[in-house]
Design a protein around this ligand. Structure first.
Ligand SMILES: NC(=O)CCC(=O)C(=O)O
Length: 314
């Protein structure tokens, strides 16, 4: 359905696809499968395609260093970062905005030893999303800000911070024909501040490549997607890998797109699939007109988090 008056947030309707990819230990196979699925998503009319967290590797602290790729110098060579080049080609070949899930990133920095003289290299790993334009150029990167460190007795213990370092900015990306989106990764969805700031910077959608698990997934995945949507009256997309019970980490799956009234427009099961939804700026305007939170906030009672010292990149 075409918008009668263009929405200030989403300039024209757009189809978004979440590719719930089946990933395994073979990186080259993951990249090639992702390319097939991005093509399939694009051929269904999607102009924004999302891949899941750690789409090029199994998810787990033991795997991050082995699969990590340097992203600097930018652009890295195909030998340094096959995933960077594969993603760029997927975006370019299909003419889509590609939210490239995430990959483990290796950052090597020279550092000065304690005596102040000797130079030694330090290796840092991040969980990083690469976002490409339809011409295949890199638009932005997001390093996961909130690391997944949890310990639920009888459920799941996970400590990304054993291996990974956190990013230090939120990420807002301009897609000129459509408007702005923000990209954050998985556990980041639990932090409403990140979403609120992005939404108040004018995003029409919050996009989260993620990989919840079988303990928290059934309880929180959908709830958090709906919460971020209803809080901010924007679209939310959550994109998981498919579940693989032979892997050490069992992803919840259930990739979904939620509308600005928190209605779940589409939701996968746990197997490999592509889910798509049509996003329309009129839905954002209607949600905001019907429930005018924007005009009812009481910044005399509590602060506007978007006016603080948030670090972000446009
Ligand atoms: N990969 C992640 O950040 C998982 C987050 C998760 O499962 C959660 O419960 O939060």
């Amino acid at each position: 359905m075409a918008s009668s008056t263009p929405s200030p947030l989403l300039k024209q309707p757009v189809k978004l696809a979440c590719v719930q990819l089946a990933t395994g230990p073979d990186k080259a196979a993951n990249l090639s499968r992702a390319a097939d699925k991005v093509r399939e998503a694009a051929s269904s009319g999607a102009k924004i395609v999302v891949l899941p967290e750690c789409f090029n590797s199994p998810y787990g602290c033991a795997h991050f260093p082995q699969y990590a790729e340097p992203l600097l110098p930018s652009p890295p060579s195909p030998e340094q970062s096959p995933s960077f080049h594969a993603l760029s080609a997927m975006a370019r070949d299909n003419g889509v905005y590609l939210i490239g899930g995430s990959i483990p990133e290796l950052y090597t920095a020279p550092s000065t030893a304690a005596n102040g003289k000797e130079e030694e290299e330090t290796k840092t790993y991040f969980n990083t999303s690469l976002i490409f334009s339809p011409s295949g150029s890199l638009l932005a990167t997001h390093r996961k800000v909130h690391l997944f460190d949890i310990d639920i007795p009888g459920g799941i213990t996970f400590k990304e911070s054993d291996v990974l370092s956190p990013g230090n900015k939120l990420t807002v990306v301009d897609l000129p024909e459509y408007g702005r989106i923000s990209v954050a990764i998985c556990y980041d969805v639990r932090f409403p501040e990140l979403a609120m700031i992005a939404a108040r910077k004018g995003c029409f959608a919050l996009v989260y490549p993620g990989a919840f698990n079988l303990t928290t997934g059934p309880l929180h995945w959908r709830l958090l997607g709906q919460a971020r949507a209803v809080d901010n009256q924007v679209y939310v997309a959550l994109c998981s890998p498919a579940r693989d019970m032979s892997a050490d980490y069992h992803a919840w799956g259930h990739s979904m797109v939620v509308d600005p009234m928190a209605k779940v427009l589409v939701e996968a099961e746990e197997t490999e699939t592509i889910v798509t939804a049509d996003l329309d700026g009129d839905m954002i305007e209607a949600a905001r007109k019907g429930i005018p939170l924007r005009d009812q906030r009481r910044f005399d009672v509590y602060p506007d988090v978007s006016q603080g010292k948030a670090r972000y990149e446009e």
